[in-house]
Design a protein around this ligand. Structure first.
Ligand SMILES: [Zn+2]
Length: 546
């Protein structure tokens, strides 16, 4: 039993909870393969309902959810860890374990974002995200419902079991859907009604990266996957042909994991296929997004192989797996950190790559371990490139700005950002801002992260958006846009980051009054006109067929 010490220090205490490492059918030594997830202790009432999550748990066959307590004696300050039932049928019927598993994975996913980005992440729907873990919906409708701020997991029959299988028992599916909810709260405009398809594809890409790498961060699961690709002489741990591990074997281990996710999720191609020509124009968001997922996984494999070259790196299969899991964890951190360096509107693939590299360069100025190079190489293979490290900040034409601001106000007051922009015509020009129209500064947030050298990096991030509505004639005269409607609205925005001294240290700008960019965007809008964007849920009904 673990309970919180009330009073001083509360909030720092952690509790280890058992969750399935992958899903109900992944077993080892006659038991389901589990992993231990450390989550912060918080007050949880029967539901279970905590500060950030509310779970609705319906028992198989029941009409309505039945509140469940994660504490044996119903103590609100205490969670009792329950081991996973060993028998498959028992596991599938156990609502208490299902609740614990979903609570642990969802909390860990939210934590991954908050710890990496050094700030709290809000939900779009309010302060608590509702997860219906055994819903009556058809399992093909499983997904995040952005209108209602709700994640619903269905269940389905499986020939390997008598009972119905709750989809929420799959670790990666929970991480994937919770990531959609986190991103929706963080960057609402990436997938709003004016968003381009790239925004949706990026959502899928990041949700898949988080899902895959959060499973991959468990050495037990990686070792098990490797044992499929590379059986030991007598099938036991440590008897090694690991000495001969080649890139292909590592890749098949990791990509095998990815394929497992994909076969349960959208009907997608295996990941280790060739990159299609013009993948960036693929009309299906998942297929478009999976190419960037492949690039991230390729980078993990490359770094994994490099790490094994070190002395003792291949001494046992477990060690090989542990190195892979550690890299998975680090790569997940790199991708998540990059989000804070991406624009609030119209994110594209270059923005993703640049964000990952720029965020890493701030934290780890010298790329001694070759992580950024591995990312650059892997993205190069999918035809994406970024500026060299010293030009990633986007400030080439924004040196010597004026700073009529107070540092304390800069970290909290959107007006101070407004003032800073107004007093710097060069920035207004670079951001293509219409000086006669207002801008909306969405958020100003301080963030604190600790680098691998132990030093703290504090920055202030601010994002703004501007929408300008023009008549048909104005659109043609000012931006060369040929539109059919009488009025047309152009939108742009940017992300500005300030260092500890209050100086601008990074800018990602999507210019508003910029003929070239707005024409490119209009072409994309016309191209995507016939495509139905996922509205209520990010997953289409027909997509989860196997
Ligand atoms: Zn999704």
């Amino acid at each position: 039993m673990v309970s919180a010490a009330l009073g001083i220090g509360h909030g720092l205490e952690m509790v280890a909870l058992t969750a399935l490492a992958e899903g109900p059918f992944t077993r080892k030594s006659g038991k389901p393969l589990t992993t231990s997830i450390r989550v912060p202790v918080e007050r949880i009432v029967t539901g279970p309902v905590g500060g950030r999550l509310a779970l609705r748990v319906r028992a198989p066959g029941a009409d309505a959810p039945r509140p469940i307590s994660l504490s044996v004696d119903r103590n609100e300050w205490c969670i009792d860890d329950q081991p996973a039932p060993s028998e498959l049928e028992e596991l599938l019927a156990d609502s208490r374990f299902l609740a614990q598993h979903v609570y642990a994975v969802a909390t860990a996913t939210l934590q991954a974002f908050e710890i990496t980005l050094g700030r709290r992440m809000g939900w779009a729907s309010g302060h608590r995200l509702v997860i219906s873990v055994y819903d009556t919906i058809p399992y093909t409708s499983t997904g995040y419902d952005r209108e209602r701020g709700l994640i619903r997991f269905g269940h389905r029959t499986d020939e390997r079991s008598k009972r119905s299988v709750p989809l929420a028992l799959y670790h990666d599916l929970v991480a994937h859907e919770v990531t959609h909810a986190v991103l929706d709260g963080y960057r609402r405009m990436w997938t709003d009604s004016d968003a381009l398809l790239d925004g949706y594809a990026l959502h899928e890409c990041i949700a898949d990266v988080v899902a895959m790498l959060s499973v991959f961060s468990s050495p037990e699961r990686v070792e098990q996957q490797l044992s499929v690709a590379l059986p030991g002489a007598d099938g036991k741990r440590g008897i090694l042909r690991a000495r001969n591990i080649e890139k292909e074997v590592l890749a098949s281990g990791l990509f095998g994991l990815a394929d497992g996710l994909f076969s349960r999720g959208a009907a997608r191609r295996p990941l280790d296929t060739d990159v299609p020509f013009e993948w960036r124009l693929d009309p299906e968001p998942h297929r478009r997004g999976e190419i960037a997922v492949k690039a991230v996984l390729d980078a993990v494999v490359k770094l994994w192989q490099q790490r094994l070259e070190r002395p003792g790196g291949r001494s046992s299969r477990y060690q090989v797996a542990e190195a892979g899991a550690q890299l998975g964890h680090q790569m997940l951190g790199m991708v998540l950190r990059g989000l804070a360096y991406m624009p609030p509107v119209d994110p594209g693939w270059e923005d993703l790559l640049r964000g990952i590299l720029a965020a890493d360069a701030v934290l780890v100025p010298t790329d001694m371990m070759g992580y950024r190079q591995a990312i650059r190489d892997a993205f190069w293979d999918i035809d994406l490139a970024a500026d060299p490290d010293e030009l990633l900040d986007g400030l080439k034409h924004l040196r010597d700005l004026r700073y009529p601001v107070r540092l304390s106000a800069l970290a909290a007051d959107p007006e101070e950002i407004n003032r800073f922009m107004w007093e710097n015509p060069r920035l207004i020009e670079a951001a293509g801002i219409d000086q006669n129209a207002g801008i909306v500064v969405n958020r100003v947030r301080p963030s604190t992260r600790v680098g691998p050298d132990g030093f703290v990096v504090s920055e202030i991030g601010a994002s703004y958006v501007q929408s300008v509505t023009m008549s048909k004639t104005e659109a043609r005269n000012k931006l060369g846009l040929r539109v059919d409607s009488d009025y047309y609205t152009v939108r742009g925005g940017g992300l500005l980051r300030f260092d500890e001294g209050g100086r601008l240290c990074f800018a990602a700008l999507k210019p508003v009054m910029d003929a070239e960019w707005q024409q490119e965007k209009l072409e994309a809008i016309k191209r995507e006109a016939g495509i139905r964007m996922p509205a209520a849920t990010f997953h289409r009904e027909d997509e989860r067929t196997e």
